[in-house]
Write a protein that binds this ligand. Sequence first.
Ligand SMILES: Nc1ncnc2c1ncn2[C@@H]1O[C@H](COP(=O)(O)OP(=O)(O)OP(=O)(O)O)[C@@H](O)[C@H]1O
Ligand SMILES: [Mg+2]
Length: 255
Amino acid sequence: MSATVPAPSLAPPGTRTAVRLVQVRKTYPNGLGETEALRSVSVALQPGSFTAVMGASGSGKSTFLNCAAGLDTPTSGQVVIGDQDLTVLSADALTQFRRRHVGFVFQAYNLVGHLTVAENVQLPLMLDGRRPDPAWQDHLMHAVGLAGMEDRRPGQLSGGQAQRVAIARALITRPAVVFADEPTGALDSRTGDQILDLLRSAAQSLGQTLVLVTHDARVAAVADQVLFLDDGRVSGHLQAPTVEQIAAVLLTAGR
Ligand SMILES: Nc1ncnc2c1ncn2[C@@H]1O[C@H](COP(=O)(O)OP(=O)(O)OP(=O)(O)O)[C@@H](O)[C@H]1O
Ligand SMILES: [Mg+2]
């Protein structure tokens, strides 16, 4: 695996990083002992970069994303977004920081059923005591193809439409970093492609850093770099990956 290295610093030393994990460990109790979901993961991502995260089921991808996004707290180690070390923040300060600077797209959409589409999109602002910018919200609703559906409830949407709402919700605060955990996993490939284009073009136009978990080598090949996880460790990475290179790494990993 000549194109991969064991512990990548994907941003050159001395440059600013958008997301930095330093020796992050995460263990979960599991009855008898502990599951080591992340074992000393160190990664540095450049501002504006698009990173795909790949690995077998249970390799730690969601744990990595949740720790990097401040949704979960590492057992030890440091997570830094921009200049802010998340691991020194109180729970309230972390929540506030996340609402202002981080967007998250969940695999299962996580929309609030009794709120309308528009209210779901505005939720991160409302929870932070801020008012939506109507022009920006309008722009987003058009960009995700949901203009005219503002008053619907999530139960009246297809999977693709629900995920578009989730993307608009993740972008409404213009976050510096957007994390997406298999955002197209439940969608057919055409809808999935559209959702990915949407995320990528939004990230590009806003200069956002995008980190996306995917099982799809085709999807990962669009990223600037791919990070491979195996049993809680970074097992390799590829810069400017091709589908063939990604497939080769996945094959070597026995998948
Ligand atoms: N809340 C939790 N409590 C206990 N163990 C957990 C918890 N979350 C994850 N784990 C364990 O940590 C390991 C990594 O899980 P994680 O969800 O990060 O994997 P993943 O790579 O996202 O898998 P998948 O592709 O199936 O989504 C697994 O062994 C999992 O069982
Ligand atoms: Mg997962």
